[in-house]
Design a protein around this ligand. Sequence first.
Ligand SMILES: NC(=O)C1=CN([C@@H]2O[C@H](COP(=O)(O)OP(=O)(O)OC[C@H]3O[C@@H](n4cnc5c(N)ncnc54)[C@H](OP(=O)(O)O)[C@@H]3O)[C@@H](O)[C@H]2O)C=CC1
Ligand SMILES: CC(=O)N[C@@H](CCC(=O)OP(=O)(O)O)C(=O)O
Length: 403
Amino acid sequence: MSSTIGGSVSVEFGCLRKYEVRRLSTRQGSGRMLSIRASVVSSPDTLELSKANAKQAEKMVRVGVLGASGYTGAEIVRLLANHPHFGITLMTADRKAGQSIGSVFPHLITQDLPNMVAVKDADFSNVDAVFCCLPHGTTQEIIKGLPKGLKIVDLSADFRLRDVNEYEEWYGLPHKASELQKEAVYGLTEVLRGEIQNARLVANPGCYPTSIQLPLIPLIKAHLIELRNIIIDAKSGVSGAGRGAKEAHLYTEIAEGLHSYGITKHRHVPEIEQGLSDASNSKITVSFTPHLMPMSRGMQSTIYVEMAPGVNIDDLYEHLNNTYQTEEFVRLLEKGVVPHTRHVRGSNYCLMNVFQDRIPGRAIIISVIDNLVKGASGQALQNLNLMMGFPEDTGLQYQPLFP
Ligand SMILES: NC(=O)C1=CN([C@@H]2O[C@H](COP(=O)(O)OP(=O)(O)OC[C@H]3O[C@@H](n4cnc5c(N)ncnc54)[C@H](OP(=O)(O)O)[C@@H]3O)[C@@H](O)[C@H]2O)C=CC1
Ligand SMILES: CC(=O)N[C@@H](CCC(=O)OP(=O)(O)O)C(=O)O
């Protein structure tokens, strides 16, 4: 069905048409080009191959989207429209059970999909893998009851913290599936892809922790920054809070203003500290303050760090550049260029850059993602691609929507 040779992927659908997607990498500069060629395959050998491909196509991965009527669920459905190997066979909703996806999300009307059902009525016999896009707390109970053979990518926070006591402390709920917690792999793709490939249950990272850990983990591992006094000022679009109606997220509460929330006690603190502490083999604590921005999607983390003795801003830049040189979805911008949330909108990219502070020895890191894509559904798809043995960028070649 698909093969990867160097930078090219060739995909055959059914038996006759062959698409070749070739990525031309010009990483010296920052550009890359994508060329797509379609041709008719006709030699006897390729006809045999096509029959095999048709068989393989029958084995399309059957995907369930639990919570398809929410923002991250809808984003999974949008991304999967472009996926050659994954087909949606099941979608669930709670209040909106029984409805079609097009009635809940008219932008998805073009997709021919089954109506959403309640989880209790869901038939998992025709599902190989699920994206679980449900509120935390509910998720543990539901995942516990799923058939054992299913691959699961959970977008909620329920399996991200290894220590279930810490989960209880920060989420205010006892963990109800501690056995499953032991097998969960944290899904920060660029950092843990080896483990993710072999996982059955992946805990997809939170949006803030994704934007924060991607720049900090390589710098910590290379001892380029001090482990103390890490200060993170982060801002999110309102879709980060989900689609459920809440007074705090009314237009009148959000528009024409900006406010911080969760000061000193946001539930992403232990997740961020867990990832950074793993990278340093010592306990790291951070100051983290999130803010709500009057925009629908997008996230920026501005991170203030102290450089290690003898380290300068060029060392930070060169190290991040080397680390992410071969990564599709994480890019360091050219020196001096400021990443904006608009530069990643609708895409799975994380863009970042580092700047010398006017205070000697300090650096400022800026990292941007789309909270619904790299911060949720895009990274989830990247992970399921790996778990199912496909190139991790399959179905994720969306360029950012700009301006
Ligand atoms: N939004 C974001 O940017 C990010 C979100 N996440 C996490 O992903 C998960 C989903 O988030 P998001 O899509 O924003 O949330 P939404 O509130 O938009 O959607 C929640 C979904 O879960 C369904 N649901 C709610 N309660 C239940 C229940 N008791 N049983 C079964 N289904 C239920 C809802 O159904 P219905 O609509 O029919 O009531 C809906 O489909 C959450 O855990 C969130 O924390 C992670 C990273 C980023
Ligand atoms: C704007 C907003 O409210 N954002 C959410 C985080 C979104 C996210 O990543 O959430 P999970 O950890 O639940 O997956 C919050 O601050 O709680």
